[in-house]
Write a new protein. Structure first.
Length: 353
């Protein structure tokens, strides 16, 4: 970093607020009729996903779960089904767990203290600050992905976000520059500047209200900040999914609540083709041969690894009786698949079969 930000708070926040009044986004669905619940749901959806993608999901979610109590009382399946396609499903599970805590410990009223909010599952310091500034008119700094990029460039903050000293430097700057008045507008503007001007590649500096004090603009170092995480090759994992078909039905299996795609319906999996018979004996009390195996049918990128999915298709002559005893397995008619929360890659595989 080039040292402490030399710019005064007013000289930084003033142009940001002026820009917001002229260009900031003011009519996003969660900006209308603001309540902590509505803002909270939007902040969680926006954590890994862009605004345009989030809007239809957000509207469907709010239609079904209009308040904390309805979300807390819902089945996890119903919540995951509405999250299907947004990815990062832990967000949905945490959202519901937090709603249950708020129902049980806070009489279904969203807490108002920063620390209480940060103690809820899935809510970090920045999200807690955003909810309380946007919905409760409090004054807290935020540091979401867009704001981090703007500050890292403006003040040439060294290091990448996984490093404690880099995050501390960014939080120090955010705390120093966030104004006590109009904090919600300022925070929204900083997010908007990051999302619309200070883009990852080719930022539009000439239109930016911060170009008068941005060190990266001054020195032409926009591409060097934020510094990238040192590259590590992602490990590759293999799995073999089993598609058991009986007439117009196929066998789905509900994944464990924790881990990837936790709680979603998927296809049974084994490590390799030698394990297929054992799996069938154990879970269906029968064995049937594979009619085909497609190797590496789909390669799916997770944050920390790549999953190469192969598919074995198994046609059955009869429905195995054992399935009916197990609530985590179901033979589902193809036209009923939309009612099940499935991971996107699995849905894509089923669409091609
Ligand atoms: S001047 Fe350019 S690099 Fe600096 S904050 Fe604005 S858009 Fe980003």
């Amino acid at each position: 970093m080039s040292g402490k930000p030399a710019v005064r708070t007013d000289d930084f926040a003033g142009p940001v607020l002026d820009w917001y009044r002229q260009f900031g986004r003011k009519d996003l669905p969660w900006q209308l009729d603001k309540t902590p619940y509505r803002v909270w749901v939007s902040e969680i959806m926006l954590q890994q996903t862009q605004v345009a993608t989030v809007i239809p999901y957000y509207q469907r979610f709010l239609e079904k779960f209009s308040d904390i109590r309805s979300l807390a009382d819902a089945s996890t399946d119903a919540v995951l089904q509405l999250w299907q396609g947004l990815g990062y499903y832990a967000r949905a599970r945490n959202l519901q767990r937090a709603a249950q805590i708020i129902r049980d410990d806070y009489q279904a009223q969203f807490p108002r203290e920063l620390e209480q909010v940060m103690n809820l599952p899935g809510i970090g310091r920045s999200t807690a600050g955003a909810i309380l500034t946007f919905a409760s008119a409090q004054s807290w700094p935020i540091l979401d992905g867009n704001v981090k990029r703007v500050l890292a460039r403006c003040f040439r903050v060294a290091g990448w976000y996984g490093q404690g000293k880099t995050m501390k430097a960014l939080w120090d700057i955010a705390e120093r520059l966030t104004p006590r008045q109009h904090t919600g507008q300022y925070n929204q503007a900083m997010m908007d500047i990051g999302a619309t001007l200070c883009l990852k590649t080719s930022p539009t500096c000439e239109a930016c209200p911060l170009c008068h004090c941005c060190e990266s603009y001054q020195y032409g170092t926009q591409a060097s900040y934020p510094e990238k995480k040192p590259k590590k090759t992602k490990p590759v994992k293999q799995t073999l999914m089993l598609l058991h078909k009986y007439q117009d039905r196929l066998l789905l299996w509900r994944r464990p609540a924790t881990g990837i795609w936790g709680g979603l319906w998927s296809l049974p999996e084994v490590a390799c083709r030698d394990d297929i018979d054992d799996w069938q004996r154990q879970h269906l009390s029968m064995t049937s041969p594979c009619s085909s195996i497609s190797e590496n049918l789909l390669k799916h990128q997770f944050t920390h690894f790549r999953l190469d999915i192969s598919l074995a298709v198994i046609e059955l002559d009869q429905l195995p009786a054992k399935v009916s005893d197990n609530e985590d397995m179901a033979f589902v008619a193809i036209e009923q698949l939309p009612e099940y929360g499935l991971p996107t890659p699995v849905r894509r595989i089923l669409e091609t079969q």
